[in-house]
Design a binder for this molecule. Structure first.
Ligand SMILES: Nc1ncnc2c1ncn2[C@@H]1O[C@H](COP(=O)(O)OP(=O)(O)OP(=O)(O)O)[C@@H](O)[C@H]1O
Ligand SMILES: [Mg+2]
Length: 164
């Protein structure tokens, strides 16, 4: 069984990394947490793992480095396609299952970001079976986006639309 939290957001750049780093800084040592970014795009500009290690004051083994790392700063399925690859969720599930600690998993973008031609980030959430923490802005209209994200994250996989 995988233990931890899946940190998603209503959008990209909404604060998932900052919230993850805050959790690591406050509870990382006490609860023996491990931060994990399973899919990182735009790795040369954005390295959330390094950012959480720094902001969260993590010990060397406080972050899990393994995962899909793609160069282009695009959605996972497009960044993968342009690098000639397709993202398979199973190896990521295996990494999570092998983790011996409670993990703080940060998604990429929002809940309905496509990860391959058939699956979304919600499929990774659902297969990990972790509670989902939604990061949202607090400006007008964001409560609705947060509720949408909650409904989408809780929906059975068969009811979500396929990316095509
Ligand atoms: N150390 C920091 N102090 C203050 N603000 C920061 C810091 N790091 C990032 N930010 C700002 O906080 C906001 C949220 O950034 P963050 O990287 O947490 O978003 P994110 O949801 O993780 O994005 P992504 O989808 O790229 O993973 C951005 O506007 C960013 O510029
Ligand atoms: Mg981030």
């Amino acid at each position: 069984m995988v233990r931890g939290l899946f940190v998603t957001g209503t959008d990209t750049s909404v604060g998932k990394t900052v919230v993850s780093a805050t959790l690591m800084q406050r509870y990382g040592r006490e609860l023996q947490l491990r931060y994990w970014k399973p899919i990182q795009t735009g790795i040369e500009q954005d390295d959330d793992t390094a950012e959480v290690a720094r902001l969260g004051e993590c010990q060397r083994d406080g972050v899990i480095d393994a995962g899909i790392r793609l160069q282009r700063p695009l959605s996972p399925h497009l960044a993968a396609r342009l690098s000639g690859a397709t993202i398979d969720l199973q190896p990521l599930i295996d990494i999570a299952k092998e983790a011996r600690h409670t993990i703080i998993v940060e998604g990429a973008g929002g809940a309905l970001v496509p990860v391959n031609p058939r699956e979304f980030m919600t499929d990774l959430m659902s297969r990990l079976g972790l509670p989902v923490l939604i990061v949202s802005r607090s400006t007008l209209g964001d409560a609705s986006l947060a509720v949408d994200t909650a409904a989408t994250s809780a929906a059975p996989r068969s009811t979500t639309t396929r990316p095509g």
